[in-house]
Design a protein around this ligand. Sequence first.
Ligand SMILES: Cc1cc2nc3c(=O)[nH]c(=O)nc-3n(C[C@H](O)[C@H](O)[C@H](O)COP(=O)(O)O)c2cc1C
Length: 137
Amino acid sequence: MAGFVTPATPGVSLDRPAWAASPQVLVQRFTLKQYFDVIVQPGLTFSYSPEEGYSGLLSGKTAVLILARGGTYVPSAETGRLDMQRPYLELILGFIGVADIRTVLVQPTQLGTEQTAQEAIRRAIAEARSIAEELRA
Ligand SMILES: Cc1cc2nc3c(=O)[nH]c(=O)nc-3n(C[C@H](O)[C@H](O)[C@H](O)COP(=O)(O)O)c2cc1C
């Protein structure tokens, strides 16, 4: 996890492996959950009023998610329903107003051959480079 996103920062990048179909579990999942518990606060990253409901305050920010998964989760297939990693991270960032979310999937890293894994890594690196160049421009 590269850094905290607050109204004062331009964006955030998160790199998380999938553990048990969600962002890495056990101790590190707890750390990630704590991160969101700290930043998802009314007045800091979102607002609420009975008239207007919830509004994310982090407009104009970009988030880059780099998510490694041993298997392959396809949104339109049964595996997509099991994916609690990508939807969770995109939902919580969207909730606080980050509209520009670039997600790089590194998958499958385990359920395939070594060659499949290497191709997935190469593809993800190329995608991440291209996003970095676009964001730098
Ligand atoms: C305890 C544990 C649970 C895992 N659970 C999943 C899972 O539910 N789905 C999945 O696709 N991969 C799962 N994986 C595989 C990792 O997501 C995969 O190896 C990933 O490439 C790890 O990224 P890293 O090398 O950056 O740690 C699990 C790995 C471990 C160690």
